[in-house]
Design a protein around this ligand. Sequence first.
Ligand code: ZN
Length: 174
Amino acid sequence: MVSHFHGDHVGGLLDHPRARIVAGGAGADHALSLRGLTATRHAILPALLPDDLRDRLDPVESFARADVAGLTAWDLLGDRSLLAVDLPGHMPGHLGLLFTSGGRQVLLVGDAAWTTRSYRDLKPPSRLARNVMHDWPTTLSTLAVLHALDAAHPDLLILPAHCPEGHAAWYAGA
Ligand SMILES: [Zn+2]
């Protein structure tokens, strides 16, 4: 399951040459369409993408819809135990993953927020970071959605990929 295709989120794909790859179809199309310096400018590193990515891709849109908490979601295992959640803005097809672990609901949000503080205090990334975001207004609206989810569901652990504070909360609850 790939949240999005930025180079720092796909480093393990080449280690799993037979695995199916679940990802947003738009994200895969975007990543595969870019080459050279243009790809680098979009934080895509083509050398990290399997040559047969297209053949092994299961676009998330091919799974049954199972919207949750007002968010578009897809049921990856058919029993609502593992939901891919649409968290748009950071990159085309950017996804989160919702599941239960140790009795607690966890929402991995990839780069939809970079820190816990960002969604909790509704603090967007700096203006300098705008260049990295595919769609800045949508990035902000997704951050607002995470902020509201956090406020409404205090037991839900929302975990950004790059947040040490979030990782500490994860290990504390494990
Ligand atoms: Zn990213």
